[in-house]
Design a binder for this molecule. Structure first.
Ligand code: NDP
Ligand code: 1BO
Length: 322
């Protein structure tokens, strides 16, 4: 089986090769909580920053704004085919008959004819109007095989170029690989020096599935402040880079693509200035050794009902694999 390979090509942004043969740019702009500034951030990232990868989701409520930003970038001369656009299928749509309508709605919001990558956002089906935390009955059984078949049909019909998953465990990935006719090209997971998630990264690599690291800076409100972590700060000062650049570079050197979010022009540009230099092995290793490994995005608010289940704890969400 083909491995995802790291190809430093003749372009500013390096990219990884997917199982499908398509390429995913190593750095993308995240858009969770970008709000009404998403259009401006997306346009700035593509036109001024040189980004060629945008990560969004229906759940973020910004797809229309992201679409305006992409359109503005195309108007400024960047070709659609040179931009890699990812979106995600939300949990309420995780039943076979809802997959295609959800994708068509996402394309309409983004004002696009196809997506480069469509991901299952979380592997749990939620009832329409589910509460946070969920009420009894809000978290429902998911027909993973039926949903995946519909995702595969989106590829066949050229509405999306690649499909994949987010927030999977080894157990769920093995189940999916047991029936997938089209392999997941990408698995998007939380990964940063405070939550390396080596097990999942290794399993994906062994199956040729490319990994995209989300929340690479430790995420936003309520996240982990890796920007001010003493190891990150020491290495940044030593290399004359910023903490953000050190964190983004660490992700790329692990073989993952990475999608830092920013709404700030300077930080958008800063986060992509990570090519043409390397983290020395000792610094890369020091980042790998940051203690207190834990997830920021554990899913408790979304999926756990301690009394009624079916997920009664965060450990249940992650199949007791952590
Ligand atoms: P990040 O780890 O990307 O951190 C974003 C935060 O860091 C923002 O507050 C941003 O503020 C700040 N920031 C950005 N650049 C710098 C810098 N150079 N120096 C200091 N601070 C900086 O968090 P996210 O959780 O947003 O993750 C990134 C993306 O991953 C998301 O936006 C989303 O697209 C995706 N994601 C996917 C998930 C999934 O379930 N599949 C889950 C979570 C995220 P400012 O905007 O002011 O610069
Ligand atoms: C609730 C969505 C988390 C960010 O992808």
């Amino acid at each position: 089986m083909a491995q995802a390979t790291f190809t430093a090509e003749d372009q500013k942004i390096e990219s990884f090769r997917l199982l499908s043969g398509h390429k995913i740019p190593a750095i993308g702009l995240g858009t969770w909580r970008s709000g009404s500034q998403a259009d401006n951030s997306v346009k700035t990232a593509i036109v001024e920053g040189g980004y060629r990868h945008i990560d969004t989701a229906w759940e973020y409520g910004v797809q229309e704004s992201v679409g305006h930003g992409v359109k503005a970038a195309i108007h400024a001369g960047v070709e659609r085919r040179d931009i890699f656009i990812t979106s995600k299928l939300w949990c309420t749509e995780l039943s076979p008959e809802r997959v295609r309508p959800a994708l068509l709605n996402t394309l309409e919001e983004l004002q696009l004819e196809y997506l480069d990558l469509y991901l299952i956002h979380w592997p749990f089906r939620l009832a329409d109007g589910a509460s946070r935390p969920p009420k009894p009955g809000d978290v429902q059984e998911m027909d993973m095989e039926g949903v995946w078949r519909e995702m595969e049909r989106l590829v066949e019909d050229k509405l999306v170029r690649d499909i994949g998953v987010c927030n999977f465990t080894l157990k769920k990935m093995n189940k999916l690989l047991g029936f997938a006719e089209t392999m997941p090209s990408v698995c998007q997971m939380e990964m940063h020096p405070g939550w390396r998630n080596d097990k999942m990264l290794e399993a994906c690599k062994q199956n040729g599935i490319h990994v995209t690291a989300y929340s690479p800076l430790g995420s936003q409100e309520g996240g982990r402040d890796l920007i001010h972590d003493e190891t990150v700060d020491r290495i940044a000062k030593k290399l004359n880079k910023t903490p953000g650049q050190v964190l983004v570079k660490w992700a790329i050197q692990r073989g993952t693509s990475v999608i830092p979010k920013s709404n700030n022009t300077d930080r958008i540009k800063e986060n992509i200035e990570v090519f043409g230099w390397e983290l020395p092995q000792e610094d890369f290793q020091a980042l790998c050794n940051i203690p207190d490994q834990k997830r920021v995005l554990h899913g408790e608010q979304l999926f756990v009902n301690k009394n009624a289940g079916p997920l009664r704890s965060v450990a249940d969400v992650w199949d007791h694999e952590d």
